[in-house]
Design a protein around this ligand. Structure first.
Ligand code: PNS
Length: 157
């Protein structure tokens, strides 16, 4: 059984995340989306809401589950028997951001990070931009799964 963990803040989940998890589900028997704590960010949505939205977004993918974790990512991976961490790359800036985390995680327990190149049509889709567009009254519907836009609007109201 090959298990991968796809971690992130998912604040909120976007179509970019769904693209990456769909590709990951074709490579691994089980993919666990880990809604994790990023100590450098103050999330808009609470953890329960982020987990709910991500769960709804991947309901059509039977091999994918969603969980929250607030500890060290590598410990979560060890507890779940995961042999890889999966991350999506939109471009070079993502690689520069992800590389130290991948190296640190491998240093800690030996776990490898597998990078998946996202759909170029979604290269501009990032949770931070989605929140910013919504904050300024723009329509984020084209960038997020069904139901996410309404929840983000409520959180900003
Ligand atoms: O979507 P993000 O915010 O870029 O994801 C970053 C995240 C949540 C995966 C990272 O901050 C993380 O792994 N947090 C869990 C705590 C941890 O293990 N920190 C050390 C990372 S090397």
């Amino acid at each position: 059984m090959t298990i991968a963990v796809l971690p992130g803040s998912f604040d909120p989940v976007t179509l970019g995340h769904v693209d990456i998890v769909t590709r990951a589900a074709a490579l691994f028997e089980t993919v666990i989306i880990a809604v994790a704590h990023n100590s450098t960010k103050q999330p808009l949505l609470d953890v329960a809401t982020r987990v709910r939205l991500a769960t709804e977004a991947v309901a059509h993918l039977p091999a994918v589950t969603v969980e929250a974790t607030d500890g060290l990512l590598v410990e979560f991976c060890r507890e779940r028997g995961a042999t890889a961490i999966v991350k999506g790359l939109r471009g070079g800036a993502d690689y520069d951001y992800e590389r130290p985390m991948a190296l640190m995680n491998r240093s800690l327990t030996g776990i490898e990070t597998v990078f998946i190149t996202g759909d170029p049509a979604l290269a501009h889709v990032a949770s931070s931009l989605v929140r910013d567009v919504a904050r300024h009254g723009g329509d984020i519907g084209p960038f997020v799964p069904t139901g996410v836009a309404a929840t983000v609007r409520e959180a900003l109201a």
